[in-house]
Design a protein. Sequence first.
Length: 324
Amino acid sequence: MMVVLVGFGFLFCTSPAQALTIIPPSMEIDLTPGVPYNDQIKLFNETDYPVTLYTEITNFTASDDGTKPQYEFGLELTDVATWIQVEPGPFVLQPKERRSVPFIINPPAEADPGGHYAIIFFSNNPPQIKEPGKVKIGSKLGTLILSNVAGDITEAGSIDSFLTVDKSVYFNYLPVQLQLTFNNTGNVHIRPSGTITIQNIFGKTVKTLDINTVGSATLPKTARSYQTVWEKAPVLHTTNNWLGQFWEELKNEKDNFAFGKYTASASLVAGQDNQITKQAVVSFWVIPWRLLIIFCVGAIIILLGLIRMIKGYNRWIIRHGQSK
């Protein structure tokens, strides 16, 4: 069995202070069917010792929710992964050495228009090592190839869902995490963006949030979830007994106060010219019940005090009137 540590941009080695760096961690490439594309990946050995590297190409897809890359080493290559030619290795990078590794992409003349994705990995182990009964620790770093083949390009998509992360509509205090799932029905990757406007029950805007601030992409024929959070202060994590938890949660309600019904309206744009425009709405309630309990108890105490004062004052008036 081989344990693989995968990263984009950095390969962390045996010493935490030493690393191999790859530039760039991802590449967006325009391809023309039947026309070879030449480029290079730069490596920098930041360590104080030589590093032996091998290259490996893998298919690239996304998880069901589109948030995590998926790649399986040793499987049969498909699509653009079969078009890439790169030096297999081994090659040695001396301490502090920089090297450019050239590669070629040969899209066939009949290549389908749209997005095609693969990863060029660099590893300190040869690819596809199979040693039953043994555990081999390996590290890989890679450059993600995001290629678009020219032709009949379709940019299309929709919002599959817009809701709170835990699907709840009732909260005691902020933060409230909102999740928008964008379904890319086109044939190229899309980086949606936009804003979420949160309004209170009176229609007043209390917060505006940005969608996909890091510019993450949704691959073709997949859906990806983008999370945004409405928050104020750090939340205390309660670890005391029930009474201590009550007061800590009460402080959370005070520091992250919100009250009533709120409506979050998402306005999303996507596509090269932002020609995709979509909207979605979700409502939720924030009820700080501990604060309400304290407020009600305080109001009752004040009310009882006022009643007692009024009764006392009336008795004083009666006694004062009788003395006359």
